[in-house]
Design a protein around this ligand. Structure first.
Ligand SMILES: NC(=O)c1ccc[n+]([C@@H]2O[C@H](COP(=O)([O-])OP(=O)(O)OC[C@H]3O[C@@H](n4cnc5c(N)ncnc54)[C@H](OP(=O)(O)O)[C@@H]3O)[C@@H](O)[C@H]2O)c1
Length: 329
């Protein structure tokens, strides 16, 4: 096996840098994965900025990225039942490289019908959206509101909620062009938001004034505040993303009188006590729906890793519908 590999590095400047670095070795409990394709995430951009030494960032060099799909290339001691050649996918740090090592408990089997370029666009969304539904104690028959549903992860959230038996999925986007796509993915009602939209009123109208049982909020800001009066008595609101900014002014009367529960989630790799059980639930309850084709990735663009500047531009544009994917030949 080769000793060096192509990887996209953070920490040398305002952009990723493609360089040759040593192939890592799996330690106890870890597997080495031959990565064929990686999907980008919104969070990759702030991480670039935080590490950029030319604009006050840390200058700490590391391999970028989280999502990958490929096959097992080597198995460390005590790394479960994985075998060399098993097709896999997952979300784990340092994935923008031809090889990565990962804790074997975080690795997901890659369904036979999914090639790496489509499979790599699923794991972060599967973990985050299923994790948020789990935290919200979602049950079949409940109604779900997904704000910022056109995000890469939100589009998978629509499909998971439906696969798990949601009675109704309401989705928001700011873009009329993306609204039809959300309907095709399974949203029963799509609300196109603009300045002045009364989101709570629109959701109450769509639910016969009952409100939704669960909110998956990717937007925050004023949208988060508007979700509270749109939620049914004893409902649960989960904040996942802060695309419109982290501050929100909420009406605590609404929180109290509607008996709402608010959760924040950030599914990190250091909180394995939280993430590993969610991944186990995902394998049991959601991957069968991926196998059946009920949950499919949404890919905007596929580029080779050498085209990383184009990938960053596409991600920054906000015009991508679905994931920007980088392949590692
Ligand atoms: N908690 C976790 O564990 C976790 C995990 C993954 C991601 N996240 C967070 O979830 C969010 C989505 O991530 P992603 O990678 O899926 O995003 P993404 O695909 O890059 O989302 C892009 C879309 O977000 C929408 N958007 C952007 N700015 C907005 C604003 N100010 N208000 C409303 N919508 C806005 C736009 O859709 P429209 O033009 O259609 O409105 C845009 O097309 C991010 O905030 C990310 O940090 C959290």
């Amino acid at each position: 096996m080769t000793h060096t590999m192509k990887a996209l590095l953070l920490g040398r400047g305002p952009e990723w840098i493609l360089d040759d670095v040593p192939v890592p070795t799996p330690g106890p409990g870890e597997v080495l994965i031959r990565n064929r394709a990686s999907a980008t995430n919104n969070a990759d951009l702030p991480m670039l900025d935080e590490a950029d030494p030319t604009h006050g960032g840390t200058g700490k060099e590391s391999i970028a990225g989280f999502e990958y799909a490929g096959e097992i290339a080597a198995v460390g001691h005590g790394a479960g039942d994985w075998k060399v050649g098993d097709p896999v996918m997952g979300t784990f740090p340092a994935s923008f490289a031809a090889y990565l090592v990962a804790d074997h408990r975080f690795v997901l089997p890659r369904p036979q019908h999914l090639g790496p370029e489509t499979a790599c666009a699923l794991p972060t969304a599967l973990l985050t959206e299923f994790g948020a539904l789990t935290v919200a104690e979602f049950r079949a028959g409940q109604c779900v509101l997904i704000t910022g549903a056109s995000t890469g992860i939100g589009m998978i959230g629509i499909q998971i909620a439906n696969a798990l038996g949601a009675s109704k999925v309401i989705a928001t986007t700011r873009s009329t062009e993306k609204a039809d796509r959300l309907g095709e993915l399974g949203a029963d009602t799509v609300i196109v938001t603009a300045t002045g939209t009364d989101l709570a009123r629109a959701v109450l109208t769509a639910t016969g004034d009952q409100g939704v049982d669960v909110v998956l909020d990717h937007v925050a800001g004023d949208t988060f505040a508007a979700c509270l009066p749109a939620t049914a008595l004893d409902g649960r609101v989960v904040n996942i993303g802060r695309l419109a900014g982290p501050a929100s002014t909420i009406d605590l009367d609404i929180l109290s009188f509607r008996h709402l529960t608010v959760h924040g989630v950030s599914f990190g790799f250091s909180r394995e006590w939280e993430t590993v059980p969610i991944l186990e639930g995902l394998r049991a309850d959601v991957l069968p729906a991926v196998d059946r084709g009920e949950i499919a990735s949404v890919v905007d663009t596929v580029l080779s890793v050498e085209q990383y500047r184009e990938a960053a531009d596409r991600l920054r544009s906000g015009k991508a519908v679905g994931k920007v994917v980088l392949t590692f030949a």
